[in-house]
Design a binder for this molecule. Structure first.
Ligand SMILES: *Cc1c(COP(=O)(O)O)cnc(C)c1O
Length: 385
């Protein structure tokens, strides 16, 4: 029987449990903001930015309204615009490529590796060479995504970036908390971004995002761009910018959440992943997430691969009937999204197209129990017979 059936449904990502366990602290943090009457900026925002930069290991953290704006701000700070090519994985959330088009630049879709779901360095180099041969576009930026919590292959991507003189913008929306040989995600790019959307590894109680950099001039520019291109203050406008701030309430909440993330939540999701791996041991015909040597994931998703689309869809249907939620991240490669229909490129990213038909993301969060995981695995085993 479903171990969570006591009037409660199993959650794909439980966002209530944390609040129940630490209610007094969250309530106190929010009430303090309301009592102080400062709702934009102020100490909670400044302190959070310092905490985040310290955790990630960069000099500067610039908070903003969401993870999409964070990417957009970074591209604006580099002056990316029409005629520029920006390389993005084909297998990611829409934002990663959307921001490229919002700048007037052209996204070039790069295939991923089946074993990690992350950008393929080999295909990246092939696509850079193609763009150079075609002449119309100038290669400028690579946006590797730390998909499902696993940092991309930065050692290989960095080599290519150096060889062709390109910037790396790390999309760490799902990667916050991941690491490579002890170095934290959101520190691998020339700039990096994250999202505090509630279901991300470090989520707030609404929308939020941040940009990370070691470059003081870029940090200054980002602080101007996010507040109407401000000069000495927001009524002195020296460039065109936007209005993209993390509000004080979210910062106060995130300060508590970052502490819990560091204290036990990151460990808890890694323990949950280990439980999945143990319970799946010996089960044939299903491919479990692979974590290459030296890397650590923050498990934004625990995503498995089935042999074909029919089996995947049958498993999902069976799980649903048992009250077990699951998600397909992602159903469609970016190059097949209608919004990019005008980008007429021959490259089809076969690995991404194949993955979209076979992936399934299972419930994953710091509060999931081994009993629940055992139940999920046993129902999957039943479904695949
Ligand atoms: C969620 C996400 C974003 C966008 O973050 P928002 O805060 O929702 O704007 C960007 N890239 C990736 C890979 C994401 O998963």
């Amino acid at each position: 029987m479903n171990p969570t059936v006591k009037g409660e449904e199993m959650e794909f990502r439980d966002l209530k449990k944390q609040y129940q366990l630490h209610k007094d602290e969250f309530d106190h943090a929010v009430i303090k903001v309301m009592e102080n009457g400062g709702f934009i900026g102020g100490a909670p925002v400044n302190e959070l930015e310092a905490d985040l930069a310290e955790y990630v290991g960069t000099k500067y953290c610039i908070s903003c309204a969401n993870g999409t704006d964070a990417l957009w701000l970074a591209l604006l700070a580099w002056g990316i615009g029409p005629g520029d090519a920006v390389f993005v994985p084909d297998f990611t959330f829409f934002s990663t490529a959307e921001v490229v088009s919002m700048c007037g630049a052209t996204p070039v879709f790069v295939d991923v590796e089946e074993s990690t779901f992350n950008m393929s360095p080999a295909d990246l180099e092939a696509e850079i060479k193609k763009v150079l041969a075609e002449v119309e576009l100038a290669p400028k930026v690579i946006i590797p995504v730390d998909l499902f919590g696993l940092p991309a292959n930065y050692p290989a991507i960095r080599k290519i970036a150096l060889q062709y003189g390109l910037h790396i913008l790390e999309d760490g929306a799902q990667g916050f908390g991941g690491s490579l040989d002890g170095r934290m995600a959101c520190s691998f790019g020339d700039m990096a971004t994250t999202s505090f959307f509630p279901a991300k590894p470090l989520g707030c109680y609404g929308d939020g995002g941040a940009v990370f950099t070691n470059d003081e001039a870029q940090a200054e520019l980002l602080r101007s761009l996010k507040i109407h291109g401000k000069g000495s203050d927001k009524y002195d406008n020296v460039r065109i910018g936007m209005n993209s701030r993390l509000d004080t309430m979210q910062a106060a909440i995130l300060k508590v959440k970052l502490r819990l993330f560091r204290e036990y939540e990151l460990d808890a999701v890694n323990r949950a992943a280990a439980w999945y791996n143990e319970h799946f041991e010996g089960v044939a015909d299903i491919k479990l997430p692979q974590i290459p040597q030296g890397l650590q994931s923050s498990w934004a998703q625990y995503t498995v691969l089935f042999q074909n689309e029919t089996i995947r869809n049958n498993v999902q249907q069976h799980l649903k009937e048992q009250g077990i939620p699951s998600m397909i991240y992602y159903k469609k490669p970016l190059h097949l999204q209608d919004a990019f229909a005008h980008i007429n490129r021959e490259h089809h990213c076969p690995v991404t197209t194949d993955l979209c038909g076979r992936v399934l993301s299972l419930p994953m969060h710091p509060y999931i129990t081994e009993e629940e995981i055992g139940f999920i695995v046993s129902e999957i085993v039943k479904a695949i017979g």
